[in-house]
Write a protein that binds this ligand. Sequence first.
Ligand code: NAD
Length: 250
Amino acid sequence: MSDNRLDGRVALVTGAGSGIGRACARALAESGAKVHIVDLDQPAAERVAADVGGWAHVVDLADASAVDSLPAEVDVLVNNAGFQHVAALPEFPPETFVRMQQVMVTAPFLLARKVLPHMYSRGWGRLVHVSSVHGLRASQFKAGYVAAKHALEGLSKVVALEGAEHGVTSNSVNPGYVDTPLVRDQIAGQAAAHGLDESDVVERILLHRAALKRLIDPDRVAELVRWLCGEHAAHVTGASVPMDGGWTAA
Ligand code: NAD
C-alpha cells in the first residue's frame, strides 16, 4: 500500500453533497476509501454517493439525534458541513447563532465521540475538521461562524491529545475563500448591497486581506485533507493548516 492510499478504510464526510465536502469525498474515494456521504440535501447526497460508489445519509446535523443513525465504523472522519450568516450583532438572530453551533460544533463533537471507539480499537484514525481562516481570525458581522469555527479548533486539539496514544490524529484545515455555493451566495449578496460587479466584490472585499486575489479551488482543499489522512502525516496532529493565499499572513 502506498503511503497515502486508503484502501480498506471507511470515511465519513459531512456536507459532502456540495463544494469542499464533495471534493473531499471524491479525493478519499480516489485513494481507495469507501465513503459515507452525509448531507441535508437528498438529491445532492445521492448524486455524490453514486459518483463515488459510497452510501448516502440524508440528515440534518442540527438535530443531535440524527447522529444516532450514522455509522460508528469509520476510520476517517471529515467534519465539513457548515453554513454562513452575515449580520451585525444587534441583528444577528439568536436561533441562527444556535443552529450554527449545533451544525459546526455539536455535530462534530457527537460524531467524534461516536467513531473514536472504533478508531481506538483499530489503533488508527484520522479526523480532519474543515475550519476556516475564521477559526483563527475574526471578521465583522460573522459572530455565529467565527464562534463556531474557533470552538471547532478547540475540539480538534482535544481529540489530538486524547487520540495520540491510539494512533488517531486530529487536525483542522483553514481555507480562505473557496469557490463554492456558500461563497457565491455571499458574493451575490455583497454585489447587490454595494452596487458592485461580482469580480469587484471578490477582489476588493473578500480578498482584500489575501495576497493571492483568486478564489481557491475546492479540489485544492480536498488534496490537503487527503494529505493529512496519509501515513506520512502521522506526526501532524493538533495542527491548524491554513490554505488562504496569505490572508492570515497579513
Ligand atoms: P457548500 O454550501 O457548498 O456545502 C456545504 C454542504 O453542507 C451543503 O451540501 C449543505 O447541504 C451541507 N449542510 C449544511 N447544513 C447542514 C446540516 N444541518 N446537516 C447536513 N448537511 C448540511 O459550502 P462549502 O463552501 O463547501 O463549505 C464547506 C465547509 O467549508 C463549511 O464548514 C464552511 O464553513 C467551510 N469553509 C468554506 C469556505 C469557503 O470559502 N467556501 C472557506 C472556509 C471554510
